[in-house]
Write a new protein. Sequence first.
Length: 304
Amino acid sequence: MVQLTLPLPLARTVLGPVFRVMLNSRLPFPVQRALMNAGAVAQGGPRGLHLQRVRLGGRPAERVTVGPVSDSATVLYLHGGGYTVGSPATHRGLAGYLSRETGCPVQVLDYRLAPEHPFPAALEDAEAAFLELVAFGYRPERIAVAGDSAGGGLSVALAEKLRDVHGFVPAALGLIAPWTDPNEIPERDSDLVLTRPWSRACAAAYLGDGDSYDTGYAPGLADLRGLPPTYVQADVDELLHGQCTRFVAKLRAAGVPVQFSETEGLWHVAQLQAALIGPAAEVTKELGGFLRQALRPAQTRSIG
């Protein structure tokens, strides 16, 4: 996919202080957002990335493609950032790699962020975006939903709402370290990327005056039966690994087909650095392959 540019020990040494500055609970969220957007340029992306700014469900979005793509299927991507930071700009490179691997356009939604727009604003935006893709002519079974961290939790909440309210689900869920229960307090103080104070600040900002046991806010608490095939990735050393492991077990108990990819030596959402880190590129390719298989027309899919 890409050649290893930075050895993992060097990458960890360089990135650790960067994350500590950007994702600092003492900084106002607008400052964190500005720092993340500025730093996103260094993450890079695949050659041939084409960007089209669009609107989706009443919100800004980016339609990202790499090379020739089929418009018979698409991926709706919901970015991470604790529901408080992040944007299509921070995830543009990752969207490009997923477009290249799936052969489809990837739509990265700029959903509303907390604390200015607490729950359920992000979920309402994601629902509106999916329904507009259906209105554009995409069948639900030809739309995959993917996301990382908070965006992964939002992807699960969206699938549950589509199932319960609209009677259909996406083709698949592609989840990178999904934050499916913001109520859960991390057992450790930090990993390379996240800290407990930052995650608690984000959880409180997103909840606002809402009910913390609302399954739209904490989709891991919901009945998971009937959800589509799901891919989950987490690194064994990250704060969300335990939550992801329990979520995968609950998916399997509910009869949902699951592919669980556990890495060792990476970090939370290392896929954002796929242009720089060989193992991150490989796990990104793995996610893209899962989504590509899920989006193939039913008559040509392999069984098993």
